[in-house]
Design a protein around this ligand. Sequence first.
Ligand code: UDP
Length: 382
Amino acid sequence: MEILIIGCGFAGAVVARQLAEKNHHVRIIEKRNHIGGNCYDCYDEYGVLVHQYGPHIFHTNSKEVYDFLSKYTDWYNYKHEVVGNVYGKIIPIPFNLNTLMKVYGKEKGNALKKELIDTYGENSRVPILELRKSQSKGIKEVAEYVYQNIFLKYTMKQWDQKPEEVDQSVTARVPVLLSYDNRYFQDEYQGMPLKGYTKLFERLLDHPLIQVELEKDAKDLLSFDFKDNKILVEGKEFGGQIIFTGAIDELFDCSLGRLPYRSLRFDFEHYNQPYYQSNGVVNYTVSEDYTRITEFKYLTGQDIDTTTIIKEYPQKYENSKKQVPYYAILNDENRNLHQKYVEMVKPFGNFYLLGRLAQYKYYNIDGIVLEALKLSKQLGGE
Ligand code: UDP
């Protein structure tokens, strides 16, 4: 069977490999001039390995995903730890029992710890919006501290909305942890591809039945015959399967309306010193216009005398030519609009939507790899 894949990020590349392994011919077209989607990494002019589209840190509880990716990369054993800069005070994030002690001191901290653990249980993960519902004076005080100093201003910068206005799943990504674990992710498997994401993708795509074409826009290739429910590729009827991982609204010139996203501007800075900051990521939760600073060498484990950092400035997504749509803005209205695009392509039985843009979802790497593995099985891959 002939397979056409639009987009060469994790969604596209994983399906491509799985179907090629099953002897299908796979053609991938990619708008950008490189593979790897937003996980693309490369060496900057100073020789530092950087993530072009912001930090991507792999973590999962899925053995299937970990084992699959491990066929294409070795791992740098990186455990991501984030700190927040709160008016100059450095605190561990997610807010955990170490943070509690740092903020309240031993005596009061221990009393609050007891109350929190009695209420929610040891090692539990409590979303901030959940914690805020508490009627207890002590827990309310902690919730207010966390809300005001970790979530409110950061979320306003990131989403231009208050924490209670964004989809609950978004702030729940960074819960209050009732343990002394300073790691940002508690997943069983975590690490960074030892030689970087781009190398991982090169290996994933290195198969005789996979052909990748860069700098090719799907819109110049695909046309839809809505009368006969046929898809044409380069003017000819296409009988194979198409996996589309790009922005679904853009594909149809936003004819039903534009799907809203948040975008980011990245400012890279290089320093002639071994390190810039104490951690891989420092979140600026109450000050600055940027949300966080990432120092790549912590993430990649690269041994180099100088360092490159990146500052993330959230922005409204307004220009599809100049900006990247990073985060879907999840709410009922936007999900309904997306659903209309899904309905629009449903009659074409051979057109599949996969990935953050096509499915209008907030996927982590492991989430999309798992979905890609599932779709590959459905389409007759491994
Ligand atoms: N968040 C916050 N303060 C923080 C970290 C996270 O307010 O210090 C909120 C913010 O709304 C953010 C969300 O939690 O968008 C999810 O954070 P995460 O670090 O998972 O975002 P990502 O790395 O995907 O950008």
